[in-house]
Design a protein around this ligand. Sequence first.
Ligand SMILES: [Fe+2]
Length: 596
Amino acid sequence: MRILGVSFDYHDAAAALVVDGIPVAAVQEERFTRVKHDRRLPENAARWCLTRAGLAAGDLDAVVFYEKPFRKLSRILAGTLDTFPSSAALFRRAAGAWIDERLWVGPRLERAFGVPPEKILYSDHHLSHAASAFYASPFSEAAVLAIDGVGEWASAAIGRGRTTAGGRAELTLDAELRYPHSLGLLYAAFTAYLGFEVNEGEYKVMGLAPYGTPRYADAVRSMIRPFEDGSFRLDLDWFEFHRDAQRAFSRRLEDAFGPARAPGGPDPSGDARLRDVAASVQLVCEERVLALAAEAKRRTGSANLCLAGGVALNATANARLLREGPFERVWIQPAAGDAGGALGAALYAAHALGAPRRWEMKRADLGPEHAPSACAEALRAAGLAYEELGDGARLCERAAGLLAAGKVVGWHQGRSEWGPRALGQRSILADPRSKAMRERVNASIKYREGFRPFAPSTTREAAAAHFDLGRGAPSDLYRFMLATAPARRPEALGAVAHVDGSARVQTVDAEESPLYHRLISAFGAATGAPVLLNTSFNLKGEPIVETPGDAVETFLASGMDALVLGPFLIPSRPAGAVPRRSSWAASATPSDGLAW
Ligand SMILES: [Fe+2]
């Protein structure tokens, strides 16, 4: 059974291919088009998924869209009518976009892939989120909680997944919170207030929060009317998102907290008021996540929780859920946001159509890989001198030596990661021990805001010595960098320990990621600390690199010192290299084997 899941038209378009219940390929469209958060129908991503599996579009049993467009339109129409006439402009804009394009998902998929209408199916937005978590999890039964901005109508949903001894899978959602009452939209409103881009800057709010104290927490809490069962209603007087596409928060918010920060304004970490607003909304978000989780526990009695939706990418809230929440185990799929809906939709359809469950997600590398010949070609095309070191001990020794000597190294290996995090396939790596390295990588490698922290990767064996991961085996969340943990000696990890001593730690397994594990171990042998600074291989505002050509271009355009591209090492920057900056890259789309 071959099922293609797709998500698009909002942000982070993606495609995922599930064959007999097992995902074989998943990737976001932005990796091909080089347009960050590309929302367009993911033709490149879908074609690559098919090519990877040696299939043509005609071989597919179904193409599944991750949500129900008519139901979503009904919410938009009802919402704008409720707030008419102030929503008139929003209504005009939304009606045009939906009638011209968005409603016609089926015909657009038919045109793009040549599949007949009867093969095009639709999952619910939150069911896609839930399926992306539960069907990838190690659990045979679990509570499922999806929390995001909004899907069709739901902004949060609670349900349950079960797998029988025969592998038959069931997933049901039985309660939902409805728009406009949304934790994701509350957080998004503050993201906009703090001068960051919605659906992009939420990480920055989370990163800014530890610099502040939550002295406005009561004011943020006053925007929410909570109920004992974890549900809540927003006081809409504070917001505009329900009636104005351009503005998420109302004048009242500025009256209470002072003027909003202009996009691109001065560094907010230098402004105590803005830091404290970030700390306050983060704290209240954590409280709401814990309350929703408590209700999921009360309804299901399960020891296990699968969490999904954009809010599940809040690593600080996840850390509190691990430590203070009612569940013994928590699992989150790395593409917890809407891109992950493509995978969830395909998995949901596969199991609904009878595929047994026989897969657990232990690795995130579901994207394209590039042969050594393609790496060599990209290096030759750029005129870069390189050494060929094979794919094991020598490569890791040399790279670890450079890192220990304070060099910043681009690291491009194997299949690219699924989800927003680089996990050692498309990473920029550096020595994590000094604060100066963090400043250097922010300022002259990635060209991004100085207050933003970097994450550490460490080996699974060494993790507990360097980070307080709680009792027992480390949570699966650390595998995909989805929760923070206190560094045991933050002063010894100045580039990756945040101002509050926490770090968004990634634990690396020798079995699942042997090469990356070997590199971290080699760095540990050289320095005594098997920990690396790991940040995504991209520059600010660009998608993570996909092809060797993207990697070479980003290497040259940034201040990185060295590059490892598959088996090849470029140990230093070429003298006089002229940075080439462009959002265009050579097409990575193989077109052979497909019928159109
Ligand atoms: Fe969502």
